[in-house]
Design a protein around this ligand. Structure first.
Ligand code: NAP
Length: 273
């Protein structure tokens, strides 16, 4: 008799010395066959047995129960994760987002209108200010700080895109300044610098372009640009892409601009990185 999974002639040898009266089952599973367990499970317990084989097969209703339990567990875990996210989103939407420091210390959350002091006459450089957080930072600093100038250091863009971004920052900071005469005080000028943090040469060029500007100061340097979860890749110098852009490019930029900031500290005012 052939064992169906492994096709080994076995049944007759196995039983010939015990009882010739035993009828071979319609399908015989060889006791030591490595495939027999899988095939038994696949057959959902309906596999025919050798009368001398004491293995217990899993009945169909147990398999269904186990399957239902696993699926149920997965649904509960997914729902818990989604509900936690949803609850957090609803809380932030309804009650705002106190930062971690304020949660721990009982201090109040950061309020741009209250916490951004006057920055009139100061100069700020923000990397990646075309992105969400950088752009909002530029808007809030322009609105409440009223700096002399914000440098947006970002990937190269055409003139129309740069103008549109500058208009958006100015509009959100001050409203339509042509018609809104209530907006008093100086307005911040927005300037662009080309910067590709994945290339150390363009980082050097960006720093040189900044140093060559007429404004002889740099009060605040905000290293905001960054990437996350990019496909595996390398910078032009062969560094891992996240490390190269988020860390190395910014490290070089700040190193090249620190002398300018140190010079600024000799003038009245503040200096931050
Ligand atoms: N949003 C969040 O919840 C969150 C949370 C934790 C940390 N962060 C970090 O905060 C920073 C800003 O976040 P975001 O949400 O505003 O990101 P975003 O919208 O993706 O903006 C990133 C900015 O960086 C620029 N950039 C990308 N690669 C660059 C490169 N090689 N050289 C120069 N500039 C480059 C982008 O320019 P393009 O627009 O031309 O690509 C963009 O202006 C990032 O570093 C991010 O990792 C964000």
């Amino acid at each position: 008799m052939l064992c169906s999974p492994c096709a080994e002639v076995n049944y007759i040898q196995h039983h010939s010395h015990t009882s010739r009266a035993v009828q071979p089952p319609a399908i015989y599973t060889h006791r030591h066959c490595p495939l027999s367990l899988d095939l038994e499970l696949l057959s959902l317990g309906a596999w025919s047995h050798d009368p001398g084989d004491l293995r217990v097969t899993l009945p169909l209703h147990w398999v269904i129960l186990l399957f239902t339990l696993i699926i149920g567990l997965m649904i509960i875990i997914t729902l818990t994760i989604v509900m936690t996210e949803f609850r957090e989103m609803a809380r932030v939407t309804l009650f705002g987002s106190p930062n971690n420091a304020s949660r721990c210390s009982g201090a109040t959350a950061f309020e741009p209108a209250r916490d951004i002091r006057s920055l009139v006459g100061k100069v700020v450089l923000i990397t990646g200010a075309a992105g969400d957080l950088g752009r909002q930072t530029a808007i809030e600093l322009a609105r409440y700080g009223r700096l002399a100038r914000i440098y947006v250091a970002d990937l190269p863009r055409d003139d129309d895109t740069k103008k549109a971004l500058a208009r958006q920052i100015t509009y959100e900071a001050y409203g339509d300044s042509q018609s809104d005469m209530e907006v008093a005080g100086p307005h911040t000028e927005i300037r662009f610098l080309e910067l590709d943090l994945s290339s150390l040469e363009t980082v050097r060029k960006c720093a040189a372009d900044f140093v060559a500007q007429k404004k002889k100061r740099l009060d605040i340097l905000i290293l905001n640009a960054g990437i996350i979860r990019m496909r595996p890749g390398e910078t032009r110098k062969g560094y891992e892409i996240h490390f190269g852009i988020n860390y190395l490019g910014h490290a070089l930029l700040s190193r090249l601009l620190v002398p300018k900031m140190l010079l600024t500290t000799q003038q009245p005012g503040l200096t931050y990185v």
